[in-house]
Structures are given as C-alpha cells and as structure tokens.
Design a protein around this ligand. Structure first.
Ligand code: PAZ
Length: 357
C-alpha cells in the first residue's frame, strides 16, 4: 500500500467539518464534576487514553478499519497511576481492557475457570455456594481490594470512544476541562489512533456494494492534534506524554525526536510492536541547568555542531526481563513494564512541577 499526497486537515478545519459524537455534552459534564472534585482534594489528575480507534467506511456502518491495540498498556498504567495517588480519567475504546477487570480478561484468564460450586455438607449442591479456587484467592483479594478502594475514593472516571472522530472530539473536550489544573495535569496518550480517516462528506450512506471489481478508498490524513493540544488546549501547562509505535525499531528514536521537535511536548515513549511488553524508550529534551548570571554557555564540540539534534534530546531505555514462558496467573506474578514507566513519569512530573515554581 502506498500513501500519496493525502488531503491534510488542520485541527481547526477538522472540528469545523466533522460532527461531534451525540453524547459529548453529557460525557464532558461528568468530566467537569470529576475534575472539580479532584481539584478540591488537591490531587494530580492524569488522562489515560487506551485502545484502538476505528474508521467507519459507511454512514450506516457495516465495515470499518481498526487500529491494533488491546488496551493493555493503558489499563495497566491506569492502575499504577492510581496506586501512585493520581486520579485517573480513563478514556478507552469500548470493550477494550480496563483497570482491575483486565486481570480476568475473558480470553486470557476467564474468571469462571476459577470459581467452584461448593457442595453442601450432605454432598448435594443445594443450596449452592460459590467460592474462589484456593490458589487464586490471594491474587483476587489484592485486585479486589485495590478496585474497591478506588471506587470508594472515586478517583477513577471512565469514558469510551469507538471511532477516531469520537476520540478526537473527546480528547479536545477533556483536555480543555483538565487544563484548569495547570501543571497538576498529565496526559498519557497510549491509545492507538488512526492516521487516516474518511471524512463524513465522502462516506457512502449505505453499505458499500460488491460486484463492481476492486474497491478504491482514498482517505484523508487525521490532523496532527499534539501541537494545538500543547499550545492552545492546555496552554502549555500540561505534562504531555505521547507514544510512538513502530515495527521497524530503527525508526523509534528519530521519529520520537522529530515529534518532540515538532510539537514541543514533554516526553515521547517509543515502543516496538514485538518488544513493547519488556522494552520502551523515553525520549525527551535535555534540560540544561541554568547558568549563573554573567556566565557564557560553553561552545558545543565540533561533532555535536554537526548533529545538533543529538545534543538536544536524551534517551532513557526501560527494560524488564523477557518472560521465558507464559505465566501461570495463579502462581506467577510477573513484573509489568508499566510499573516502571509510571514510576519514571511520576518522578519527572514532580520535578517538572517543582521547576515551574
Ligand atoms: O494496547 P496495547 O498494550 O496492546 O498496545 C499499546 C500500544 C502499542 C498501542 C501503545 O503503547 C502505543 O504505542 N500507542 C501509540 C500508538 C501509535 O503510534 O499511534
């Protein structure tokens, strides 16, 4: 497949021509209340986006293009942010993984498999009692305890999107609500967002019919929203972390640097499709300590002058051991890379807030 000179929408043009999802107002009033409550409690709030977006091909949608993502990164990270004391707005693809319930995904760890029907003392199962298999109890207790305490504290707010259009409208509106927290807000953009879409004006109303040979669809480019997000929606106040997914590992660092250079946000986390569960790279701008008054900066060494971009950015790799066999959920508590990703971001966010004081 090739891409040829796709029509490019600016963010402004996009929102002027593509309709908002019908539930936007309602969704946003929920976010507004949530943010106001967290502000009163003095909590930091992170927006976590998670899962893939779809691109419908018809208005009465039968077919759509989808983006790869199970929502593991977002759902897992949300749990670690909650553990670190953040309130979380979890904006995820409908039916993708969610914090806490992800541990019992129907496909990898179906919860019915570790429930048992307990016979009564006389050997019958009347009245039936249900209990959790002994070797699963400790894990379940930990997950359930965290889940219940987050519910009681009301620090998790979830909302869903399906299409890339839902995602863009929600992202803008949530960001505009969250920006009232200024530096206390973080944006963790782990969703896998389509780069191409079919504008409403070009979509077929009804199911595209077959029988006329091959199908040609020309898609437009989804607007690059990070720049307006940094400059206009958050007014430069939010700590913004974007993700870059590549299948050619060689592209990760250069593309992450280019994104930082172009959009001016704080961190790009690069991940290779096949290594993403045990290796990521943080790319950020080098922060130089301020020089004392009257001191001139040292001239750059010659080779750095030739490659100014390598002097501007810094890469930090996070790695965890590669799992050797698939873990037994009952016995093997494997390390999750999101624990280290979130710990590093919490540290950087704290420092960033401090530096701004
Ligand atoms: O959801 P998941 O755990 O299966 O995958 C996570 C991910 C690879 C989608 C995420 O880490 C990521 O890179 N998101 C941004 C993708 C992009 O470049 O649009």
């Amino acid at each position: 497949m090739t891409t040829s000179d796709p029509t490019s929408f600016s963010a402004e043009e996009y929102f002027a021509t593509q309709p908002p999802p019908p539930t936007l107002e309602h969704d946003i009033s929920g976010v507004r209340d949530f943010v106001a409550r967290q502000a009163k409690e003095g909590r930091k709030v992170v927006l976590v986006t998670s899962g893939g977006t779809t691109v419908p091909l018809e208005l009465n949608v039968v077919r759509f293009l989808d983006n790869f993502s199970a929502g593991t990164r977002g759902a897992t990270s949300a749990e670690y942010f909650l553990k670190a004391g953040y309130a979380v707005i979890f904006m995820h693809r409908q039916f993708s993984l969610q914090p806490y319930s992800r541990h019992y995904s129907h496909s990898t760890n179906p919860f019915l498999d570790f429930l048992e029907i307990e016979p009564s003392a006389d050997g019958t199962i009347s009245p039936p009692a249900i209990c959790v298999t002994r070797n699963m109890r400790q894990d379940l207790l930990e997950v359930l305890t965290a889940y219940k305490s987050v519910h009681a504290a009301e620090t998790l707010h979830t909302m869903t999107f399906v299409t890339v259009n839902d995602y863009l409208w929600l992202l803008r509106a949530v960001t505009q609500e969250l920006c009232v927290l200024g530096k206390k807000s973080m944006y963790y953009l782990a969703a896998a967002v389509s780069d191409f879409f079919l504008p409403r004006q070009k979509m077929s109303e009804h199911k595209i019919q077959s029988g006329k040979g091959s199908l040609h669809i020309e898609m437009d480019q989804v607007p690059k929203i990070l720049k307006p997000m940094v400059v206009e929606w958050t007014k430069g106040e939010g700590f913004i972390v974007s993700f870059k997914l590549e299948t050619d590992g060689q592209l990760l660092v250069p593309k992450a640097r280019a994104a930082l250079d172009r959009y001016g946000h704080q961190v790009v986390i690069g991940n290779d499709l096949h290594r993403r569960k045990f290796e990521v790279v943080f790319v950020s701008r080098k922060s130089l300590p301020p020089l004392p008054p009257g001191v001139e900066p040292e001239p750059l060494p010659e080779q750095e002058l030739e490659d100014p971009i390598s002097t501007t950015f810094v890469e930090t790799w996070i790695r965890i051991p590669v799992p050797t066999s698939s873990p037994n959920p009952a016995t093997n508590q494997v390390k999750e890379i999101e624990e280290d990703i979130v710990a590093e971001l919490v540290r950087r966010h704290e420092r960033w807030v401090e530096e701004a004081r």
